[in-house]
Design a protein around this ligand. Structure first.
Ligand code: CMC
Length: 434
């Protein structure tokens, strides 16, 4: 169903000019006021830094109700998908809009599995990175470089090439992410094994070494899969909007996903799980928590509680609840009972949920709060956390990119500005400048 104009309208008076605007309804969620004619009719732009009140596109992929703590992929609640589905089924759902039948699922799994290897020359490409490079730097570079290796799927006007590029990216991201890890620890790359499911294969590529057999732990593989499902898409967040904006110029999908990875790296977005774990380590013990909570509330202190708060969720992040459960499953499986970080995390959560500052501002623990602890227990270094987020989010970026490219009304994204710089002035030769 497409957005439809409602009987409602909105009016805006600017000086002596009046603009009547159409109100469009989606299937659920807030309606939007169509301001497309605002500039033509009033000579003004809207001003909304951070896009807090702006819908940048129409989309059928993911729905979030931040006040109620709801997240739906193509209409299905995240809790149900995480409980009953697997990551590749989630990829299919996000890409094609429907849950696959058994035959469709088998065919999709087969297609993704056949693309898990990367061009052998990529191995040499990796040697160009410093050993101590942050794996996210390696990901930005190596995913961007895929467009240099797979020319035959960069023609975005060809639906077949778009689909091959999409499958290639879903299949190769785990391989590249594992290579980024192996490179950082100086171990040989492990080739994918296509008889394993995506998450087991990924864990094996990360943690197996040629010197001994590696047996995938099913609890850890299930936890990995769940982490991927929970991070698969999140509507028009900063990195997804980056991918859409990059793609709106007609750039190839590999380059667009590299742009998304760059944006995700920031600590206010995907880098938060790494930052949350660093913060828990810095706090160190339960008795230090009040001091840090005090700092987080101090307007003059830039410190924030990492892993708390969300631009959209002003209620408990539904992904955080599932992640909390998964976190406990992993810690139990690995026999980690007295992890001081976990003690700090649990106590911090308790205190923050009761504290007036956090309650009034509706700052709840977000998914990154628990995913950091889980990933650490699974053996990943903190620098890999955002890489895993990028791996999972790739399918969301691709689904959103495809939706945009396939929209007949698609235009290049080009925001405007409120200019506050100098007015016109004349150039002074350097000899006359003081
Ligand atoms: N600790 C202390 N105070 C906070 C925090 C926090 N984590 N988050 C927000 N606030 C305060 C903020 O100072 C502001 O106070 P005031 O109204 O007095 O100025 C108020 O709450 C609203 O914050 P905001 O910065 O206007 O909210 P935002 O929607 O722009 O920011 C956020 C959302 C996620 C960037 C922010 O909450 C934050 O920096 N959190 C910590 C980083 C983090 O965990 N990020 C992961 C987000 S989830 C993963 C993802 O989607 O990528």
């Amino acid at each position: 169903m497409d957005a439809k104009n409602t009987a409602k309208s909105a009016a805006l008076a600017v000086g002596d000019k009046k603009l009547d605007m159409t109100v469009k309804d989606g299937t659920i969620g807030p309606s939007v006021v169509d301001i497309g004619k605002l500039y033509a009719q009033t000579g003004m732009f809207t001003y909304d830094p951070g896009f807090t009140s702006t819908a940048s596109c129409e989309s059928k992929i993911t729905y979030i109700d931040g006040d109620e703590g709801v997240l739906l992929y193509r209409g299905y609640p995240i809790e149900q998908i995480a409980e009953h589905g697997d990551f590749l089924e989630t990829c299919y759902l996000l890409l094609y809009g429907e849950l696959p039948t058994a035959a469709q699922k088998a065919d999709f799994d087969y297609r993704v599995n056949r693309h898990t290897m990367v061009h052998e020359q990529m191995h040499r490409f990796f040697q160009g990175f410093r050993r101590d490079a942050h794996p996210m730097a390696v990901m930005v570079g190596s995913v961007g470089a895929l467009s240099a290796f797979y020319h035959d799927s960069t023609d975005i006007s060809d639906p077949q090439q778009r689909m091959i590029a999409s499958i290639r990216m879903i299949a190769k991201m785990p391989t590249l992410a594992a290579m980024a890890y192996k490179y950082s620890v100086g171990q040989p790359f492990v080739y994918p094994r296509n008889d394993l499911d995506l998450s087991s294969n990924f864990l094996r590529m990360c943690f197996a070494v040629p010197a001994e057999e590696y047996k995938v732990n099913p609890v850890l593989s299930r936890a990995m899969d769940r982490i991927f499902i929970l991070h698969a898409d999140h509507e028009q967040n900063a990195s997804t909007s980056t991918v859409r904006l990059a793609g709106s110029s007609g750039a190839n999908p590999f380059a667009c996903i590299a742009a998304g990875i760059a944006c995700l790296w920031g600590p206010a977005h995907g880098g938060a799980n790494e930052a949350a774990l660093k913060m828990l380590t810095e706090i160190g013990s339960v008795d230090k928590i009040p001091e840090y909570v005090k700092r987080a509330k101090d307007k003059n202190d830039p410190f924030r509680l990492m892993g708390f708060g969300h631009r959209v969720y002003k209620n408990y992040d539904p992904r955080a609840k599932i992640m909390q459960k998964t976190c406990h499953e992993v810690l139990t499986e690995l026999g980690i009972k007295d992890d001081p970080l976990l003690d700090v995390a649990m106590e911090l959560e308790k205190i923050a949920l009761k504290d007036d500052y956090f309650v009034e501002k509706k700052l709840y623990p977000n998914i990154d709060f628990y995913s950091g602890i889980t990933l650490k227990a699974m053996g990943f270094p903190t620098t890999m956390f955002t890489v895993l987020f990028a791996l999972a989010r790739t399918v969301g970026w691709i689904a959103q990119w495809k939706e945009m490219i396939e929209d007949p009304g698609q235009k290049i994204g080009r925001p405007r500005q409120l200019y506050t710089g100098s007015t016109r002035r004349d150039y002074l030769p350097i000899s006359r400048r003081k």
